[in-house]
Design a protein around this ligand. Structure first.
Ligand code: PLP
Length: 365
């Protein structure tokens, strides 16, 4: 069987270093808000190219805290609009609605699977305060046009970098392209913890201070609470493990890119289409999405041939029960992607032989 993602093998790649890092924390007697978290925050900020990195409990919290902070700072008011892709994981949308902000869903371009720039411009109103771009599947979603729209209309550019650690736009990392970015270290992500974790990166000193306080019960001085904050912490064991894995991230991503190159060069089935190819810097292939009009039959066939695949995502946010008011919205491109998308195995531990087997079976469909 070729698994979609063999997490056990991913951990085994760097097992000795990971175990030593975890053991050091266990033996230190200090488990929260200590040196390991501070060290990882510094290293990750340097890696992304931002002045600040704030470790938090998970990726959803990272994004939620960014918008909550903008509200606390008076930059946004509940009811303000945030432009966001319709084709994304639900967390991107939850982060917006959590603070009473209003998501404006934008259809993707069929070729790139990213927000259609022309539709973004049309969606800007006097209530628009922010554009949340999502580097979905590990593909860079930033464009000059989006940057320009943000500058011209005074919108905060926020990045959902949960799927794109290490990805670049020109020579800058995603996560440093806008005003703030949310990162997830969910185990299956390119930079994954052995549990939950997340971070915010930003160059905005005031935003960083506000988020640090919000994540710490609304307090920046012990027993003094400025905001009705919450508890959202990256713990010391996860931070120590992430610090180890960060050192190997670029190599792990290079391996993903080699697998992806093989897929791009060899998948040739007439019913299977691939998203427009980006250069290697701009895609760290968290997911390798293909599309097929007979997706379910294709998935069944691959399963029978011993190849595990997943769907990202079968039900788009506007069709979820939690967003009932949007259920009748018609977003044909997003809905088509939900019907046709299939994610092939890709990871730092998938071998080229396995990728060859995937292609052979796929082209025989
Ligand atoms: C994983 C993910 C998140 C949420 O991260 P968690 O750490 O699971 O909370 C947010 N956005 C996207 C696009 C994701 O893939």
């Amino acid at each position: 069987m070729i698994p979609f993602l063999d997490l056990k093998a991913v951990t085994e790649l760097h097992a000795d270093e990971i175990q030593q890092a975890a053991l050091n924390v266990i033996q230190s007697g200090w488990y929260l808000r200590g040196q390991a978290t501070a060290a990882f925050e510094q290293h990750y900020a340097e890696y992304i190219g931002c002045r600040h990195c704030i470790g938090v409990a998970n990726g959803l919290d990272a994004l939620t805290l960014i918008y909550r902070a903008y509200i606390e700072m008076g930059v946004m008011q509940p009811g303000d609009e945030v432009i966001v892709p319709a084709n994304t994981y639900i967390a991107s949308i939850l982060a917006i609605t959590e603070s009473g902000l209003s998501p404006v869903l934008i259809e993707p371009d069929t070729d790139t699977l990213e927000m259609d720039d022309c539709l973004i411009e049309q969606a800007i109103t006097s209530r628009t305060r922010s554009i949340l771009i999502v580097h979905l599947y590990g593909r860079c979603a930033y464009t000059e046009r989006i940057g320009e729209l943000c500058r011209k209309n005074n919108l905060k550019l926020v990045e959902d970098n949960a799927q794109a650690h290490g990805c670049r736009y020109k020579n800058q990392r995603t996560g440093s392209l806008g005003d703030a970015a949310g990162h997830s270290f969910y185990p299956g992500k390119n930079l994954g913890a052995l549990g939950d974790g997340g971070a915010v990166t930003t160059n905005d000193d005031a935003l960083a201070d506000c988020i640090r306080a919000l994540a710490n019960y609304g307090s920046s001085r012990k027993y003094v609470h400025r905001y009705k904050g919450r508890n959202s912490r990256l713990d010391e064991i996860q931070a120590a493990i992430l610090d180890v894995k960060l050192r190997h991230l670029d190599l792990d991503n290079r391996h993903r890119q080699q697998i992806a190159r093989y897929y791009y060069d060899h998948i040739s089935h007439p019913l299977i289409s691939l998203p427009r190819r980006l250069d290697d810097k701009q895609n760290v292939y968290h997911i390798f999405p293909v599309r097929c009009t007979e997706r379910d039959r294709l998935q069944q066939y691959l399963t029978e041939q011993g190849i595990q695949t997943l769907i990202h995502y079968p039900i788009p946010p506007h069709r979820q029960e939690c967003y009932k008011a949007w259920n009748s919205m018609v977003l044909p491109v997003t809905e088509q992607i939900a019907r046709q998308e299939l994610s092939l195995p890709i990871s730092p531990v998938l071998t080229l032989q396995e990728a060859q087997a995937v292609v052979r079976v796929l082209n025989d469909f």
